[in-house]
Structures are given as structure tokens and as C-alpha cells.
Write a protein that binds this ligand. Sequence first.
Ligand SMILES: [Zn+2]
Length: 263
Amino acid sequence: MNDPVENAPPHAVARLRAACLQHSETLPRLDRGAPRKARCAVCRLIPSHCMCALRASVPTRSGVCLLMAEFEPLKPSNTGWLVADVVPRTHAFAWSRTHVDPALLELLDDPRWQPVVVFPGEFAAPDRVVTELAADARPPLFILLDGTWAEARKAFRKSPYLDRFPVLALSPGTLSRYTLRRAWHGHHLCTAEIAALCLAGAGDERAAQALEATLDVFNDRTLRAKQSVRPDAQDAAHRRLAALRCPEAAPAGRALPRRGRQP
Ligand SMILES: [Zn+2]
């Protein structure tokens, strides 16, 4: 394909996925219940429902650091992937109890960032819990534990290198629109929704809205693909995403295709 979006360099989660495929000898079946279908390598949807042409990459002041459970980058329903689609300053690392990527420690030590662990406050020592970012000239680096709730709790408990950072506890009042798989913690929000809340709280409002709109379109297209129903590029979620796209911010050589909408 000559689609320039297809040719964009892979983002942090896509690179982690490639590494996972390369190094894992036994891979689980992650799309249970559905026949294996060819998927777009960039957006992970089947070709008839590909949303690459709709991708909104929005520059932010904040950064996101995803610590991903084993196999999480391979799951077609993983929403950390969508965070990396929208937020160029996304970093992604595989979480393991026994091994820590030196590049992760380097990132956490980088004095240019203000790292905060995003996690429900009831699981942290009270003196670590904050409900808003500290007044700090440095941009926040939101550390998100991406996996099932059990995996996220384990990562939170067994990552001593995170213990020195404050825990940002979110109290969202909105119900999740995420309906594809179990939410990763008790508040029923998926990783992309949590990232959107963090970005909005840090003043990266446009990226937050683009991420939510991306999630809505991704969910809609995933469900329609399962039901063999064509995507509707004119529905409210698609129109919202189209309005939030920021083509002027796309790096040179990554101009979006002229035919901007999928069928
Ligand atoms: Zn695609």
C-alpha cells in the first residue's frame, strides 16, 4: 500500500509489540471466539474497517509512560496502543517482576519530567496520594499500568522503582464507554480513558478529546467489524474525531491521504 500513514514510523507500543513477537516463543490466542482475520498492522482493525486515515496525532506538553503486562501489546483490544497513536510523547515498556528495562529507569530519572503514577489512591500509602499535579515547571509524565486489574495491581506492588513517585488518584464521575473487554480496574475505565483524564487535567485538552474520540471510533469500528457492518464515517464519533485532527502537526512526509475518510 502507498498510504503514507501506513509508512509512518511505528510508535512506542507498535515497537513493543514487534519485540514481544520476536522474543516470545509461545504466544497466546488473543482473539478468542473470532476466526483469525488479516489485520492492518498500524491500527489493528480488519482492512475493511481500517481507521489509519482518521488518525489524530496531537502534540502535548505531557508525556505518557505505559508499563505493559506481558502480551498486552499483542491484544487487538488494547487501548494503550491508542494513547501512542494520539500522543507522540508516549513511551512503552514491558513490565516484568524480575527484569527492569534500563531505558525505563533512565526515563524515570530524567530531570526534565515530573513522573506520577496513576493508580487508585486506596492501594497506596496515604502520604503518596495526590489528587492533582504539584506546581512544577516540568511537564508531567503519567505512568500508567496497562493490563488486567490483577496485573496492574501486581505491577504497582512489585515495582520498587516507582515507590518514590506520588500516586495520582483520579475520581472520574463518568461511566466508561468502553465495552469491548473488562476494564482494568474497579472504576471501569480503560487505559486510554485514564490517559485522556490525565491529559485533560494537565491542560492538554485537545489531545484528551482526540484520544476519547479515537477510542470511540476504534470501539465502534471493532464492534461493526465483528458484526460485518460497514463503518459510518459520518456518525457523531467520526465527525468529532475529524474535527479534532491536527494535520498541520504531522511531521514532514506524513501528510494524510487526500481521500480522508474511510468508506
Ligand atoms: Zn489501519
